[in-house]
Design a protein around this ligand. Structure first.
Ligand code: HEM
Length: 414
């Protein structure tokens, strides 16, 4: 196979690190689906797939497409700034997102006990009161920044409580969490990388002490239950407990933050949809699914091919990697009619915003509860809102994969 003849993203003039592509990747995806449904990305050292049927095929065949890449050192190279759920787990330790069967089944089963819809339902009142408190802080103000004042603090507070991190450590926990989730820009200096790593090491040391503590003194929180699962059945090592906790922290934070911000941005852009949702709050659940489809907060994930596989005549060899563009699949006109329209009345077709199959997002029910509370709260607090800055001034996080605005002021419309 002639390596030189590979068509690349660069040939199409597409650059995943370009701020414009980050701010609006959808015409970029449309071109890929149309012109190059499989294409090589030199930046990612991987094949890129953009059509719904191909993305779903990869997700649904975990034996043929392994997740181990997500936990390997190689994943640091593949998009240093844009790795999905970039793991900070100690080298060699599996977390479920990077595990294949049978390890995946064991790890997911043990971690999933706190994430069933029933268990999470009990957290709804607490999530509501955290949301109410955040909104009280901005009440009566003419404008407020959705990103910093609501979408960021809500998930981080919820996850800290779920893990059993004391509230007085809130600010410190936020710094650790920022360090663990923030992308490392391609031009980061060594000092920046070292400062980030120092925070991660500090967090890990704190968690290790917590885990040790739980062995002596079991508590009824998430860490306590994971430690107990280890003690009774010898199923999780301390490193696996640590990797599981870190994965939740990373998976559960910026993703939900960005979904809330992207949804508010869409409602500011489309006042008719905003009015519709205000008049018909019973549409909120359908609206959240549509926000996940229309402008979800994870653009892609990665897999390693385990056996030669063909896409459109192109053989992808065992050991090569594929980037699967979830956000592009969600705009595929073959599956979603008028895919670029925000529509809360779509017939049920499965979006891939939470992935699919064995690795489907463990935190999806939690993310939905948080997003629901946040959106209904904003709609109530601001009887009609609009962007408080021109569109061009919205600043996106410098991360192609975890896409969302880092500053999003809204204000009451005239
Ligand atoms: C809007 C918010 C969220 C989005 C868009 C999102 C998206 C995703 C996606 C696409 C995957 C699949 C990755 C893959 O197959 O490679 C995933 C997996 C995962 N997510 Fe989420 N997520 C969100 C919120 C959360 C929350 C709140 C938590 C936990 C508190 C969480 C925890 C996880 C975990 C543990 C996995 C790994 C599951 C497995 O490998 O079996 N996520 N998420």
């Amino acid at each position: 196979m002639a390596q030189q003849s590979r068509k690349t993203l660069g040939d199409l003039g597409l650059d995943m690190f370009d701020p414009e592509a980050i701010a609006n990747p959808h015409h970029f995806y449309a071109r890929l689906r149309e012109e190059a449904p499989i294409i090589w990305s030199e930046q990612n050292k991987a094949w890129v797939l953009s059509r719904y049927e191909d993305v779903r095929r990869v997700l649904r065949n975990p034996e043929q497409f392994s997740s181990r890449l997500l936990g390997s050192e190689e994943s640091e190279l593949i998009g240093r700034t844009d790795i999905v759920l970039e793991t900070v787990a100690p080298t060699g330790t599996l977390s479920m997102v990077s595990a294949d069967r049978p390890d995946h089944t064991r790890l997911r089963k043990l971690v999933s006990m706190d994430f069933t819809p029933n268990k999470l339902e009990r957290m709804r009142p607490r999530i509501q009161s955290i949301t109410d408190e955040l909104l009280r802080g901005v009440s009566g103000r003419e404008q407020f920044d959705i990103a910093h004042e609501l979408a960021e603090p809500l998930p981080v507070t919820v996850i800290a409580e779920l893990l059993g991190i004391p509230s007085e450590l809130g600010a410190q926990f936020k710094r650790w969490s920022d360090a663990a989730t923030a992308p490392v820009p391609p031009d980061a200096t060594d000092e920046m990388v070292l400062a980030r790593n120092a925070q991660i090491i500090e967090f890990r040391t704190y968690l290790q002490a917590q885990i040790k503590d739980r062995h002596a003194n079991l508590t009824d929180d998430f860490i306590g239950r994971l430690v107990a699962a280890h003690d009774e059945e010898d199923k999780l090592t301390d490193d696996e407990v640590l990797a599981g906790v870190e994965l939740l922290l990373i998976g559960g934070n910026e993703t939900t933050t960005n979904l809330i911000s992207n949804a508010v941005l869409a409602l500011a852009r489309f006042p008719d949809r905003q009015a519709e949702l205000r008049e018909h709050p019973e549409l909120i659940d359908a609206a959240i699914e549509e926000f996940l489809r229309y402008d979800g907060s994870i653009q892609f994930t990665l897999r390693e091919v385990t056996q030669p596989t063909e896409f459109y005549g192109q053989i992808v060899e065992a050991g090569e990697n594929v980037v699967i563009l979830l956000a592009s699949a969600n705009r595929d006109a073959g599956v979603f009619k008028d895919p670029d329209t925000l529509d809360f009345h779509r017939p049920k077709a499965k979006h891939l915003g939470f992935g699919d199959w064995i690795h489907i997002c463990l935190g999806q029910f939690l993310a939905r509860i948080e997003t629901r509370a946040a959106l209904l709260g904003v709609l109530q607090e601001y009887p009609q809102f609009e962007l408080a800055i021109p569109e061009e001034e919205i600043i996106y996080r410098s991360n192609f994969n975890f896409r969302g605005p880092s500053y999003l002021p809204i204000r009451l419309s005239a």
